[in-house]
Every structure is written in structure tokens, then in C-alpha cells.
Design a protein around this ligand. Structure first.
Ligand SMILES: Cc1cc2nc3c(=O)[nH]c(=O)nc-3n(C[C@H](O)[C@H](O)[C@H](O)COP(=O)(O)O)c2cc1C
Length: 174
């Protein structure tokens, strides 16, 4: 299974990118593509920008990359209860090229943050809207208090959270 994994963030030290790649690596025999969203240097969306300059060429690349994979593991960064602006902007542009941007791919939707709610608000927003954008949403999982609950060597440290996560990974395959 070819899995595209990315964080909904353009931070060079994105904990969501780390987490998405860790979780994708839990899928047996997965071939994981680690996507760094910083490669998409695009203007802020507006209808005027689109009419004047068109949809940025790299948006087609993003859509093709999604289409070239069997499943998506996305971990959303939360900024003020919603998507990080650069990520939201990428998805908004992508939907102008192809509304069904998630291409009916099986999707595991995650969120994590250093705080105790673990990005629960942004996760709920995406859970409600991404099926309309073509996601075959299999499961969601939020990891609260990333710095306490995750280690690079051992992964998710809390047993209950580990169980929830392995159920979510199993759902991606089901
Ligand atoms: C402008 C801004 C707003 C934030 N708002 C939230 C928030 O609403 N909820 C939350 O859990 N964390 C919030 N945070 C903290 C982020 O969760 C934290 O920066 C996290 O590392 C972002 O994920 P990333 O490392 O993948 O970019 C905010 C951070 C910034 C810079």
C-alpha cells in the first residue's frame, strides 16, 4: 500500500508531520511518501488572484501526488481552533482545480498539539467536510499533549491511546 503522509503545517519542525509519518509507518508493508508542504510556495487564494494568474502549477502536482497513492494519512495542525493558514490555503487552491481533491482515497485523519485537546476542533472540522471533498474517511484520532505522550523512539506512550490508534490504523486497512 502506497501511503501519502503529511502534516497540515508548513513548520520545519512540524509535530504533525512527524506524527503522520509515524502512524503511516504502523501500517504493515506500507510504502510511505513523506510530503513536506513547504514545497508549495503559492499565493493566498482569492478569486482575483485566480482570474489574473490562474491556479498555481504546483497544485496540479499535489493533486497528482494524491492520485498516485493508495491511502492518505494526514495529521492536522490546529491554529486558533482551525486549520493552519498555509495548509488551508493549499487545500482551497486544490479544490479550485479538483473539488474531489481527496480522490476517494481511504483516509486516516489525525491531529496532535502540545495542548490537552490535541487539535480536537480542527479534527472535527475536517471530519465533517472532507468526505464532501472526496475523502473515504476510515477513522480519526487525536493525540493530546504531544510532548508528554509521544517519543521518537517509542511512539505513543500511553496504553489507552496506543489502543485507540491501532484501532484507527486497522480501520484504514478495513
Ligand atoms: C497562531 C497559533 C495558534 C495556535 N492555536 C492552537 C489551538 O487552537 N489549539 C492547539 O491545540 N494548539 C494551538 N497552537 C499550538 C500548535 O498546536 C503548535 O504550534 C503545534 O506545534 C502546531 O503543529 P505543527 O508543529 O505540526 O505545526 C497554536 C499555535 C499558533 C502558532
Amino acid at each position: 500500500m502506497k501511503i501519502l503522509a503529511f502534516g497540515g503545517s508548513t513548520s520545519s519542525a512540524s509535530i504533525n508531520r512527524v506524527f503522520a509519518n509515524y502512524v503511516a509507518g504502523l501500517v504493515p508493508e506500507a510504502e510511505v511518501t513523506d510530503l513536506d508542504l513547504r514545497q508549495y510556495q503559492i499565493p493566498i487564494y482569492s478569486i482575483d488572484e485566480e482570474e489574473e494568474n490562474g491556479i498555481p502549477a504546483v497544485i496540479k502536482d499535489f493533486i497528482a501526488l494524491v492520485a498516485a497513492h493508495d491511502a492518505l494519512v494526514i495529521s492536522l495542525a490546529e491554529h486558533n481552533g482551525s486549520y493552519a493558514a498555509a495548509y488551508k490555503n493549499l487545500v482551497d487552491w486544490a479544490t479550485r482545480e479538483e473539488y474531489q481533491v481527496w480522490a476517494n482515497k481511504p483516509m486516516l485523519l489525525l491531529a496532535t498539539s502540545p495542548g490537552g485537546r490535541g487539535g480536537a476542533s480542527v479534527l472535527a472540522a475536517a471530519e465533517s467536510s472532507y468526505p464532501r471533498l472526496g475523502a473515504d474517511l476510515k477513522a480519526t484520532f487525536s493525540l493530546p499533549s504531544f510532548n508528554d505522550n509521544f517519543s521518537t523512539e517509542e511512539g505513543v506512550l500511553d496504553a489507552d491511546l496506543q489502543k485507540q490508534l491501532s484501532d484507527a490504523v486497522a480501520a484504514l486497512l478495513g
